[in-house]
Write a protein that binds this ligand. Structure first.
Ligand SMILES: Nc1ncnc2c1ncn2[C@@H]1O[C@H](COP(=O)(O)OP(=O)(O)OP(=O)(O)O)[C@@H](O)[C@H]1O
Ligand SMILES: N[C@@H](CCO)C(=O)O
Length: 320
């Protein structure tokens, strides 16, 4: 479950009094997600998502995220538009925490994406990159390559506890990545967490919408592709599905062809992207008490993905 903040009927009524949304008809907590508290809200005017921002999202970053959602929606990208109150404000406070209402996006996420889903998701990602061009908000990637070694230094012991010997392997990876990390690829606004649970499809399998922009930042577009390859193209047995990856890239290139430099960089970017999610999962694992209501995600899933990329398996078939 991810409802960390309970909202009473009275609090909801008080909150909605600032808006022009009519009376609430239904209101319920959403179990999915781990970061924030999300509620499905139905009013006389329509369906919405009310989010109370809980942990990782820094309050000073929230205008960046909400303005980005508005920017993308204005350009026809299927992302949830923030709803302003009567004074034009989209970022509000509820129970002393930052909160916002955004439009409800129809569609369903898929648990086990097929190569066809990967192709559609790839196209949705390229569309996002193009729609984000010109957005003036700036946010450095605070989970980008320069931040990995400092983050790992706080959690070395947890890595050793998970798998003896792992800390030294990660140290070596981090040193190699620091030397070889691509630094001059085309960059712009990226999603940075484009996982299957954040992408919705129509019932005919077509891409429908993207949600959860709370890691969005400025970084290389190809790094976003690499995050996506890792999240969508590994099989349950830990193998990398090259067909799904090729489909994802082909879908992406329907809208935004990758340059030769971006293609060449993908194996290293995918290795780094696996490191990023291994590290944040490791940190969460380390910080979550046994028996907590929200189970942290498994860091070892990403340690295995990291190991696959360490072997240098080519994303385009054969070995690199
Ligand atoms: N705009 C939206 N339209 C429809 N459903 C939404 C929308 N935003 C969120 N949801 C629903 O709420 C759930 C949780 O949302 P979200 O992924 O943003 O939460 P989170 O706590 O930030 O999660 P995560 O762990 O993925 O970072 C989604 O799986 C989806 O079911
Ligand atoms: N997508 C992330 C969680 C994001 O909030 C992960 O799988 O580790």
């Amino acid at each position: 479950m991810a409802v960390y903040t309970d909202i009473t009927d009275q609090e909801l009524e008080g909150f909605l009094a600032d808006y022009d949304l009519g009376a609430p008809l239904a209101f319920k907590g959403i179990a999915e997600g781990v970061e924030n508290s999300n509620f499905l809200l139905e009013t006389e005017k329509g369906r919405y998502i009310l989010t109370v921002y809980e942990r990782r999202a820094r309050p000073e970053d929230l205008p960046y995220f909400l303005n980005l959602l508005g920017w993308l929606a204005d350009r026809g990208y299927p992302s949830a538009r923030p709803v302003p109150d009567q004074a034009g404000r989209t970022l509000k406070t509820l129970r002393g925490k930052p909160a916002a209402i955004v439009g409800f996006m129809p569609g369903l996420s898929v648990r086990k994406p097929s190569p066809a889903h990967c192709r559609e998701a790839g196209e949705g990602l390229a569309w996002l990159h193009l729609a984000g061009e010109g957005y003036e908000g700036r946010r450095a990637n605070d989970l980008g390559q320069p931040h990995w070694a400092p983050l790992f230094s706080k959690h070395r012991q947890a890595a050793e506890d998970l798998k003896p010997g792992l800390a030294a392997t990660i140290d070596k990876d981090l040193a190699e990545m620091a030397l070889a990390w691509p630094r001059s690829l085309p960059s712009g606004t990226i999603h940075a967490d484009y996982f299957p649970d954040n992408v919705f499809f129509r019932t005919d399998g077509k891409f429908a919408a993207t949600i959860d922009f709370y890691f969005a930042c400025d970084d290389a577009y190809a790094y976003d592709v690499a995050v996506t390859l890792n999240a969508w193209c590994f099989e349950a047995d830990g193998s990398f599905n090259v067909t799904a990856a090729q489909g994802l890239i082909a879908g992406y290139e329907r809208r935004r062809p990758l340059s030769p430099a971006e293609r060449d960089a993908l194996p290293m970017l995918a290795r780094g992207a696996a490191m990023r999610f291994f590290l944040t999962r490791l940190a969460d694992w380390n910080a979550t008490p046994a028996g907590a209501l929200v189970r942290p995600k498994d860091p070892l899933e990403y340690e295995r993905k990291l190991a696959v990329h360490r072997e240098g398996l080519s994303l385009f078939g054969g070995r690199a």
